[in-house]
Design a protein around this ligand. Structure first.
Ligand code: ADP
Ligand code: ASP
Ligand code: MG
Length: 405
């Protein structure tokens, strides 16, 4: 019997009627004779609401307590879906991350899954019960609740699919697949029938929140076939899979943007060997992910050094940066948080030249200033003012002719 993992995102379980719709989809999947495991997100807006509450009681809320709070959203939806399914005569049971043995490290709010003891799910399946698992959460070695980073229910689904050796992992959401750009920003965006793990990983890491980037990394590592589909309309969706020759033919597969960016600049840093490690050592140790780094040409024996981080880490990073600045004798620390990153992604970039030039020219024609640039084999990213993000995405989508034929 085939085993499938079905994951439903926040909009798909956003109210009681939608939970009933999900119950129907689960019943239908079960009716085709497949073994089904369901993973759910919290209702849309719930995790943001909880985050806001936390910031109303503390400037820099304790991360262990934050996880205790955030993990509650998913408990609501799993219990409601299990009740709905039982009301329809099916045998279903809800489980928290702890109950299904999702073991993580202790990096609260962005924990990594270390292993899954999925026996409880196997037992439920063997007893003919549909397990409904809370996404986005696990426990660490101290039995404390952890969460897996925003969008982390995708990771729960993929990791469970890998642990259970499922035949498929279906991610049900509010769009009917992965598009050449966020269809809510670019109405002319085109749905992709398939996309390689590598491209999807870049798109997701660079802001296309349709899949959480870690879930894609996990899917690639364990070869889990993932399909992104709509909860609301029928369709084949987008298959995320291994790269093939057709994919290489396309110069650019997608354009994406990320507002979750902030830039910190150390001004007047002594230009000595070892300074970069004294800056980035403590920042890395605080689990702050640094993305782009620019060191300006020094004047005299002083230089400026800028880097970008996720906006959610700004409080922590600025406090730390001020302490580091004192320690290394830098003049000051400057924060700019109204920035964004726009990126082009495509495995075809390996064999096509001129993508960067066309990207810079397109942004220049729009009068958009580029603050930082970074490239890899299959992507080019530019940091720009946040207010220019959507026009940049739309004009790049047009310049690279990514729209509907
Ligand atoms: P869920 O709550 O189901 O996890 P998300 O909001 O996390 O859903 O992800 C779905 C959203 O991702 C879509 O509504 C869309 O706005 C956004 N998105 C961003 N980039 C893309 C893309 N390239 N293709 C499809 N959707 C995208
Ligand atoms: N509820 C969590 C979030 O909003 C996890 C998820 O939806 O995947 O980020
Ligand atoms: Mg999501």
């Amino acid at each position: 019997m085939a085993l499938i993992v079905l994951k439903f995102g926040g909009t798909s379980v956003g109210n009681v009627d939608r939970i009933k719709r999900v119950a129907e989809l689960v019943t239908k999947a079960r009716g085709t004779g497949e073994e089904v495991v369901v993973v759910l997100s919290a209702m849309s807006g719930e995790t943001d609401r909880l985050l806001k509450l936390a910031h109303e009681v503390a400037d820099c809320p304790d991360e262990r307590e934050m996880d205790m709070l955030l993990s509650t959203g998913e408990r609501v939806t799993i219990a409601l879906l299990a009740m709905a399914l039982r009301g329809m005569g099916l045998s279903a049971r809800s489980y928290t991350g702890r109950q299904v043995g999702i073991m993580t490290d202790s990096t609260h709010t962005k924990a990594r899954i270390e292993r899954i003891a999925a026996d409880r799910i196997r037992e439920a399946l063997d007893d003919g019960i549909i397990p409904i698992v809370a996404g986005f959460q696990g426990i660490n070695e101290h039995n404390d609740v952890t969460t897996l980073g925003r969008g982390g229910s995708d990771l729960t689904a993929v990791a469970l699919a890998a642990a259970l050796k499922a035949d498929q992992c279906l991610i049900y959401t509010d769009v009917d697949g992965v598009y050449t750009a966020d269809p809510n920003i670019v109405p002319a965006a085109k749905k992709l029938d398939k996309v390689s793990y590598e491209e999807m990983l870049e798109l997701a890491s660079l802001g296309a929140k349709v899949l959480q980037s870690r879930s894609v990394e996990f899917a690639a590592n364990y070869g889990v076939p993932v399909t992104v589909k709509s909860t609301f309309v029928d369709g084949t969706g987008t298959l995320v899979t291994k790269e093939d020759r057709d994919m290489e033919q396309v110069m650019v597969s997608g354009v994406t943007g990320d507002r979750n960016q902030a830039k910190i600049t150390f001004i007047g840093v002594p230009d000595h060997p070892g300074i970069a490690s004294r800056i980035f050592g403590p920042i890395g140790a605080a689990n702050i992910l640094v993305d782009m780094i620019i060191q300006n040409v020094g004047q005299g024996d002083l230089t400026d050094l800028s880097f970008t981080i996720p906006r959610g880490d700004v409080h922590k990073a600025v406090d730390l940066a001020n302490r580091i600045a004192k320690d290394i004798g830098a003049k000051s620390v400057e924060l700019k948080d109204k920035i964004a990153k726009v990126s082009l992604v495509g495995v075809g970039m390996r064999s096509h030249s001129g993508v960067a030039a066309r990207m810079f020219e397109t942004l220049a024609r729009k009068g958009i200033n580029i603050m930082m640039i970074s490239t890899s084999e299959i992507k080019i990213s530019c940091v720009i003012e946040e207010q220019h993000l959507e026009p940049a995405i739309r004009s790049l989508h047009e310049a690279f002719e990514l729209g509907r034929a």
